[in-house]
Design a protein around this ligand. Structure first.
Ligand SMILES: *Cc1c(COP(=O)(O)O)cnc(C)c1O
Length: 428
C-alpha cells in the first residue's frame, strides 16, 4: 500500500491487496496448523530462515493481514495482534524488561494497566515508578535509574482524559537511552500518530474504537522501527545477545531496528505465553477498521456537543473533555490531535454519588456498561461499579471522584443524545 495515501484510504484498503481472482474481503484462515512437503521446509521456518506459518499460536495469516493494516495506520515498521489490550501492554514491557529492571509510567493510565504494572509485574520483579503526566521535564528526568528500560503513557488516559505531552516524554526517554511506549487506544491513529511525535512503540486495546462495535476483545503492538537497540546493547540483552531458547538468534542483528522487537515478541513471548488473537476476531476487527475514520469524526462531534451542553447545565458541577476550550488539556489536545480527541466525556453531577446513580438509571440511549468507545453510547459510574472498593477520599486521590460519570458518546444523532441527557437530569 502506498505510503502517501491518507489515513482514510489506509483504513479502508490497508493491509490487504488481493491478486487476480482472489477474495475481495480478507480470508479467515481458520486453521491452527499449516502443511509442508518436507521436514526441511518446516525446519527453515523454525530457524526463522524462511517466512511462513506453522502454528496459529505464533502467527496466523488473517491476524497478520490486520496487523499490517494497523501498522500502516500508525506509520510503523512491524506489528502484531494479541488476544487483548492487556496482553499488548504486558508484552510491550516484558519484551524489553525483566526481573530486576525498572520502568517509568505515567500515573494517569487505564486501571487495568495500572494493576498489571503495580501489582502483577511487580511480583515478576519489575519495578514501576508512576509519574504525574504534567510533571516538569526535570522531575521526569529525575525518575530514571541505571536499570530503567522503558517509559510508558497513554495519549488520552482512560478514564481521567489527561492528554500526554508525548514529545516531553520522548525527549526524556531518549536522553536516557530507552524507548517510549504509547497506548494510543483512545485517540486511535486517525486522531493521533505518536510515532510522528517521537514515540517508539505503540500499543492498542483494539477492543475499543478500532473494533468499535463491542464484538471482539483484542490488542495490537506496533513498532516504529526507529529505536536503535544495538546502540544501547547493554540495556537490552534480550534483543542484542543470542537467544538460547531460539537457536542462538540475536534479534537486533538478524532483523535490524525495523523487525527485531516484533520478531522477538512473536518468536519468544507469543510462543511461551500464547496470547494470540483468533482469526475470527481479527476479521471482525478489520471490519471495524474499515470505518474507523468515519466513526471517529462522529464520536468527536457528538462528544463535543454533549460536553458543551453539559457545561451549560446548572445541575452539572464540572465537565472534563479535552476538546473543550475551558479544558486544562485543550492546548495539548490541539497540538497532538487537531482533528479531535475521542468520544468519552466525564462529568460530575451536583449531589454526588446518589445523583449520579439516579441520572444514569434514567438514561434511555446510553446503556450502563463497563465498556467504552463503542458505536452505541454507554456510561459508567466508577464509584458504584469498577472502583466500588475505594473510599471517597481514595477515589479523589485517584482522579476518579465519587460524582464522576463517564459517558462514552456513540455515533447516534447528538440531538437525541442531548435530549436524553436533559430528560435524565430532570429526574435528579
Ligand atoms: C481497555 C483498555 C485497555 C485494556 O484492553 P483490553 O482489550 O480490555 O484488555 C488498555 N488500555 C486502554 C487505554 C484501555 O482503554
Amino acid at each position: 500500500m502506498k505510503k502517501n495515501y491518507s489515513i482514510e484510504t489506509k483504513c479502508v484498503q490497508g493491509g490487504y491487496t488481493p491478486g487476480n481472482g482472489e477474495p475481495r474481503q480478507i480470508p479467515i484462515i481458520q486453521s491452527t496448523t499449516f502443511k509442508y512437503a518436507t521436514s526441511e521446509d518446516m525446519g527453515k521456518l523454525f530457524d526463522l530462515e524462511a517466512s511462513g506459518y506453522f502454528y496459529s499460536r505464533l502467527q496466523n495469516p488473517t491476524c497478520d493481514t490486520v496487523a499490517a493494516k494497523i501498522c500502516e495506520l500508525e506509520g510503523g515498521s512491524a506489528a502484531m495482534l494479541l488476544s487483548s489490550g492487556q496482553a499488548a501492554s504486558f508484552f510491550s514491557i516484558f519484551n524489553i524488561a525483566t526481573c530486576g529492571d525498572h520502568v517509568i509510567s505515567s500515573a494517569s493510565i487505564y486501571g487495568g494497566t495500572y494493576n498489571l504494572f503495580a501489582v502483577t509485574m511487580k511480583k515478576m520483579g519489575i519495578e514501576f515508578t508512576f509519574v504525574d503526566p504534567d510533571c516538569t521535564e526535570e522531575e521526569l528526568n529525575s525518575a530514571f535509574r541505571e536499570n530503567t528500560k522503558a517509559v510508558f503513557g497513554e495519549t488520552i488516559a482512560n478514564p481521567a482524559l489527561t492528554v500526554l505531552d508525548i514529545e516531553k516524554f520522548a525527549r526524556a526517554a531518549h536522553a536516557h537511552g530507552v524507548p517510549l511506549i504509547i497506548d494510543n487506544t483512545f485517540a486511535t491513529p486517525v486522531n493521533c500518530r505518536p510515532f510522528e511525535h517521537g514515540a517508539d512503540i505503540v500499543t492498542h486495546s483494539t477492543t475499543k474504537y478500532m473494533d468499535g462495535h463491542g464484538s471482539a476483545v483484542g490488542g495490537c503492538i506496533v513498532d516504529s522501527g526507529r529505536f536503535d537497540w544495538m546502540a544501547h546493547k547493554e540495556k537490552f540483552p534480550g534483543l542484542c545477545t543470542p537467544d538460547d531458547s531460539y537457536h542462538g538468534i540475536t534479534y537486533a542483528e538478524r532483523f535490524g531496528k525495523e523487525g527485531a522487537y516484533i520478531y522477538k515478541a512473536t518468536a519468544q513471548l507469543m510462543r511461551d505465553f500464547g496470547c494470540s488473537q483468533s482469526p475470527q476476531s481479527a476479521y471482525l476487527l478489520n471490519l471495524g477498521l474499515e470505518s474507523l475514520h468515519v466513526r471517529m469524526e462522529r464520536h468527536c462531534l457528538n462528544a463535543t456537543r454533549v460536553a458543551q451542553f453539559l457545561e451549560s447545565h446548572e445541575k452539572i458541577g464540572w465537565v472534563n473533555y479535552p476538546g473543550l476550550k475551558s479544558n486544562k488539556y485543550y492546548e495539548l489536545a490541539q497540538k497532538y490531535m487537531p482533528k479531535g480527541t475521542c468520544g468519552v466525556v466525564s462529568f460530575g453531577i451536583k449531589g454526588g454519588r446518589a445523583a449520579a446513580e439516579r441520572f444514569m438509571k434514567a438514561l434511555k440511549i446510553a446503556a450502563i456498561e463497563t465498556h467504552v468507545a463503542d458505536a452505541r453510547s454507554c456510561c459508567l459510574h466508577p464509584a458504584s461499579s469498577t472502583h466500588r472498593q475505594m473510599t471517597d477520599a481514595e477515589l479523589s486521590a485517584a482522579g476518579v471522584p465519587s460524582d464522576l460519570v463517564r459517558l462514552s458518546c456513540g455515533i447516534e444523532n447528538y440531538n437525541d443524545l442531548i435530549a436524553d441527557i436533559a430528560a435524565a437530569l430532570e429526574q435528579v
